[in-house]
Design a protein around this ligand. Structure first.
Ligand code: SAH
Length: 216
């Protein structure tokens, strides 16, 4: 049986801290969430590799560094109310759930939503709520959000997500006209409601498919 906690410490030191992620709450969360519990049995030995991993339904669990980078970019505090689009395995939701107060996460594939919900409950994450649906429409019943993180690439920023972002909130989303290549954007909503965009660099995510994203 490999020692996963040693692998986890090594992952944070060699993949995340060295690349400049420094927020203590993010590093602590990455040291705590058992990534091996979110991947298929046959992939467990690769759980801490510096790469994305398949999770079924043609989808992937993001590379650890990308999860950490997005969590840091969202500037979460222990009071934050967070919306995640693209639950996938539930791994990133678990990381966000350790940093923030409450996480609402939407997944387009019913079977992924169901298995993520079950897994998160088994691991004891009581502050994470998973729903099956089109995340490009957000989760209006729980708006406004202090932070919104989108784990799939979109041709444009879905307007519903801008509307559901609180004043002073941050939306982190990969945006690009090419379905396989995006710029990771951080969009801040100012106290008077304006939006300011900045790019955090090039990334590759699976496509965001829905009304406000790519049409399938
Ligand atoms: N954060 C995930 C990785 C997600 S991969 C993890 O930690 O495992 C991106 C996910 O976004 C996929 O599961 C995909 O099905 C989902 N997705 C794509 N378009 C979506 C949409 N419109 N609404 C919700 N989820 C969507």
């Amino acid at each position: 049986m490999p020692d996963f906690s040693t692998q986890r410490e090594h992952m944070v030191a060699t993949q995340i801290e060295t690349r400049g992620v420094a927020a203590p709450r993010v590093l602590d969360a990455m040291r705590a969430v058992p990534r091996e519990a979110f991947v298929m049995e046959a992939m467990r030995e690769h759980a801490y590799d510096d790469s994305p991993l398949p999770i079924g339904a043609g989808q992937t669990l993001s590379q650890p560094y990308i999860v950490a980078l997005m969590a840091e970019a969202a500037e979460l505090t222990s009071d934050s109310r967070v919306l995640e689009i693209g639950t996938g395995s539930g791994y990133a939701a678990a990381v966000l759930g350790r940093i923030a107060a409450e996480v609402w996460s939407v997944e387009r594939h019913a079977e992924l939503a169901d298995s993520a919900r079950r897994r998160l409950a088994e691991l004891g994450y009581a502050n994470i709520h998973v729903r099956h649906g089109d995340g490009t429409l957000g989760w209006p019943e729980h708006m406004p959000f202090d932070a919104i993180l989108v784990a799939a690439g979109s041709p444009e920023v879905p307007s519903a997500l801008l509307e559901q972002l609180d004043l002073n909130g941050r939306l982190v989303i990969p945006v690009g006209a090419d379905p396989g290549l995006q710029q990771l954007m951080r969009i801040r909503r100012s106290p008077d409601g304006d939006f300011q965009r900045e790019s955090l660099g090039g990334v590759r995510f699976v496509p965001l498919i829905g009304e406000g994203g790519w049409r399938s």
